[in-house]
Ligand binder design. Structure first.
Ligand code: G6P
Length: 369
């Protein structure tokens, strides 16, 4: 097992560190910016259905559902196809409206999640096209889909999903850009810039991983916290949800993720000097708005840890701790901004003596409903 962990103490850490490579593996042959090449080989016959979809429904659970939320923003922005993201467990039991010209995308690391599989069967019975985005080759979800794309992240052993998430985002972004190219919903220049940025994600993740030592120090300071709040806006809102999920899964600290602007409708009541708040506050179209959300937390003496874009000086001057990540197009930022949050949950859990690879009560793959 020590060999399998590749010299790390835990699979989770190995998998976090593997991400520059797993994302590169996921992009290989699919994206070549200079040739304007963007193609998922697994989606051929159903490409027309995808391009002409009345609506895309994304069904998933857990971390895969968070990847789906990011994909909703990306697909709608770049292709103008309406997208709905559903918890597979809710979707299957609520008599949803599904048309033959809808496309259901099922996202699943294991490809075995019972609720996601049931969502597929339901959509199939209504005549929708099914696309699978799975990590495990030959898994049940991959086999039940009409077509799909593998994430090629390699086996993920740690129960808390890390490299599967960034690989899912890679595939879903590639899919959105593939549709945008075919449908010509983006100016050529914008598409090229996005493809260049997408190709650079492995090195951007490698750069983001350099915050490890800083994160270790911050983890020491907050390891005894009772609660944590994670806030983000736009593309970084699902990252806030994912950061909170990672922390609660493996450290057992209660954590909530929220869209930053919704804070004033509830969570703000919890803020005092005991409450650490992680802001995912990179420079994007909601930057100014998140600056004022940070001010609202600081005015109530909350402790703020902010994930910021490299070179930003304003937010670092306002907060207790600022962690820099390299700049990328805002739609691709979740693949980079999630990295410090994965490390934060890992180190806090280790310092609390938790079994990070096998947290209590959780299973890697939930094959019962
Ligand atoms: C379990 C795992 C999570 C995972 C979720 C969905 O809860 O512990 O890490 O995100 O299932 O799994 P899937 O394999 O469908 O992505």
């Amino acid at each position: 097992e020590a060999i399998e962990k590749g010299g790390y103490d835990h699979f989770m850490m190995k998998e976090i560190m593997e991400q520059p490579r797993s994302v590169a593996d996921c992009l290989r042959g699919r994206v070549i910016a200079d040739q304007m090449h963007v193609k998922l080989g697994g989606i051929r016959h159903k490409m027309k259905d995808l391009m002409n979809a009345n609506r895309i429904i994304i069904a998933a659970c857990g971390t895969s559902w968070h990847a789906g939320l990011v994909a909703e923003y990306i697909i709608e922005e770049f292709t103008r196809i309406p997208v709905e993201v559903e918890y597979a467990s809710e979707f299957r039991y609520r008599n949803p409206i599904i048309r033959e010209d809808d496309v259901l995308i099922a996202i699943s690391q294991s490809g075995e999640t019972a609720d996601t599989l049931a969502a597929i069967e339901l959509a199939k019975s209504k005549g929708a096209t099914i696309l699978g985005v799975c990590n495990v080759v030959g898994s049940s979800i991959a086999r039940s889909s009409d077509e799909g794309a593998y994430t090629h992240a390699g086996p993920e052993i740690g129960v808390a999903s890390t490299k599967a998430f960034t690989a899912q985002l890679t595939v879903l972004t590639t899919m959105a850009l593939m549709i945008a190219k075919e449908k010509q919903t983006l100016p050529e220049e914008t598409l090229h810039k996005l493809l260049v940025d997408l190709e650079s994600i492995p090195e951007k993740i490698a750069e983001a991983l350099k915050c490890e030592e800083e994160i270790k120090k911050i983890s020491e300071m907050y390891k005894d916290a009772q609660n944590f709040l994670y806030l983000g806006r736009g593309y970084n809102f699902p990252v806030a949800l994912e950061g909170a999920l990672k922390l609660k899964e493996i450290s057992y600290i209660h954590a909530e993720g929220y869209p930053a602007a919704e804070m004033k409708h509830g969570p703000i009541a919890l803020i005092d000097e005991e409450m650490p708040v992680a802001f995912i506050a990179t420079k994007d179209s909601s930057y100014e708005k998140i600056v004022s959300n940070i001010q609202e937390v600081k005015a109530r003496k909350g402790k703020v840890i902010a994930i910021v874009t490299k070179g930003d000086t304003l937010i670092p001057s306002m907060v207790d701790h600022a962690i820099e990540v390299p700049d990328v197009h805002e739609a691709l930022m979740p693949m980079v901004s999630v990295i410090p949050l994965q490390l934060l949950s890992y180190y806090i859990a280790v310092l609390r003596g938790c079994d990070v690879d096998q947290p209590r009560n959780l299973a890697k793959s939930v094959t019962v409903e």
